[in-house]
Design a protein around this ligand. Structure first.
Ligand SMILES: Cc1cc2nc3c(=O)[nH]c(=O)nc-3n(C[C@H](O)[C@H](O)[C@H](O)COP(=O)(O)OP(=O)(O)OC[C@H]3O[C@@H](n4cnc5c(N)ncnc54)[C@H](O)[C@@H]3O)c2cc1C
Length: 368
């Protein structure tokens, strides 16, 4: 792997490296997206990646394919049909009841087999818990490069995948190329890419591939499945309205003011990283580079300075409202509306005003 060429000499070096690619690498063509599904639920990041993959495929003038892996039956078929609605030219499918639950060995075998047989030049996966686990082992098995947590994907004039991600604590962006190995693999976190439009065209060519495993080949055994019943678990990444607090709130007690406003608005609540580090808020609520990326219609940030690591997680929001006592706080550089005041005083007033004005039904209007 290599970073983006900054000089003509570096670019020439890259071109020379590309010329030395083994002949059989030319067999690698097309852009693929791994469609992540568990128990019949496709993770929306898969469709976001289909949108990103479509742009890459169009630029390269190749096909966009979805890879659907799961148990035999309706759920896997329906994930394949949905893939066509999100722009797949074809679907590679490995359907086997051994793939009912995600297990690293069986999913790695399924995905690496399809890659080795049909040879994509680019393979994208969501940077979810499952996607990170799978991407790492697939890249290791295929002996290829993997750029994790990308924030931008593009193709260069020579057709190489330019995978951009933050580095040095988010203060710099670097573009990483996988020059000498194929496929070029990348993961992208949920909500980093916009959701593409869904088209009503649920049919297309499906290429089925066998798993080639029996249960005895798989060391990991699923003894039981316990659904996540934690109703307090955050849906931050996909929330329409998010209220968040930062160190400016001064204490965990004052952070409750954020939660109260979020409750009245029917919103999710979040925070900046120091609040997680102090133990005031759980880590699933952290917004930013090392937390969640959000794309709400409305984001209210109270007592948050707007450091770059926070900014990258929120700049996809349609409307950012910042409350900060310091009129020079960086958050005012990218907020759409700024209120220079003490959030500890303003938050309860906002909560009371919204409570008085909003009936439970009218809350939905905020999100529409
Ligand atoms: C590798 C790395 C990864 C990181 N990842 C993340 C990440 O994912 N998410 C993240 O958020 N940060 C992340 N950070 C930390 C980031 O750099 C900042 O330190 C952090 O975002 C600052 O949090 P803050 O804005 O709450 O606190 P501060 O920077 O201390 O800002 C507090 C703000 O509150 C204002 N304020 C004070 N009192 C009040 C009041 N009464 N009312 C209103 N405003 C008030 C102040 O003017 C100030 O602007 C990361 C850092 C590193 C190095």
């Amino acid at each position: 792997m290599s970073t983006a060429p900054k000089t003509a000499a570096q670019a020439a070096g890259r071109a020379a490296t590309k010329k030395e690619l083994p002949e059989h690498f030319k067999a690698y063509k097309h852009v693929w997206v791994f469609i992540e599904q568990e128990r019949g639920q496709v993770h929306p990041v898969s469709w976001e990646l289909m949108g990103a993959g479509r742009k890459l495929a169009d630029k390269l003038k190749v096909d966009l394919a979805a890879v659907v892996i799961g148990p035999e039956g309706e759920a896997t078929q329906s994930a394949a049909a949905e893939s066509f609605c999100y722009g797949a030219d074809l679907v590679y499918m490995v359907a086997d009841d051994l793939l009912t639950d995600y297990r690293n060995e069986s999913y790695t075998k399924a995905l690496t087999d399809v890659v080795n047989t049909y040879k994509p030049e680019i393979l994208l996966l969501g940077a979810t818990t499952l996607g990170r686990d799978l991407a790492g082992s697939v890249a290791t098995t295929l002996l290829t490069g993997l750029t994790a947590d990308c924030t931008e994907l593009d193709v260069d004039a020579d057709g190489s995948l330019a995978a951009t991600r933050p580095t040095f604590g988010g203060s710099l962006l670097c573009t990483i190329y996988t020059l000498n190995y194929r496929p070029q693999m990348a993961t992208v976190r949920p909500r980093v890419m916009p959701m593409p439009e869904r088209l009503a065209r649920p049919v297309g060519r499906i290429v089925s591939h066998p798993l080639g495993l029996v249960e005895d080949d798989i060391v990991t055994k699923v003894l039981s499945f316990l659904p996540d019943r934690d109703s307090a678990k955050s849906n931050l990444a996909y929330a329409d309205v998010v209220v968040a607090g930062g160190l400016g709130l001064g204490s965990p007690e004052n952070f409750q003011l954020v939660r109260q406003l979020a409750t009245v608005l029917g919103a999710e609540y979040g925070c900046s990283r120091p609040l997680v580090q102090k133990g005031w808020v759980t880590s699933d609520r952290q917004i930013g580079q090392t937390g969640k990326t959000i794309r709400p219609k409305l984001y209210i940030a109270a007592g948050i300075s707007g450091a770059i690591q926070h900014r990258v997680g929120v700049e996809g929001a349609d409307l950012i409202v910042a409350i900060n006592t310091d009129r020079n706080a960086p958050i005012f550089d990218f907020a759409h509306m700024g209120i220079v005041t003490d959030a500890i005083r303003l938050l309860p007033a906002l909560t009371a005003a919204f409570r008085a004005r909003l009936s439970p039904h009218s809350r939905d209007r905020i999100a529409s």
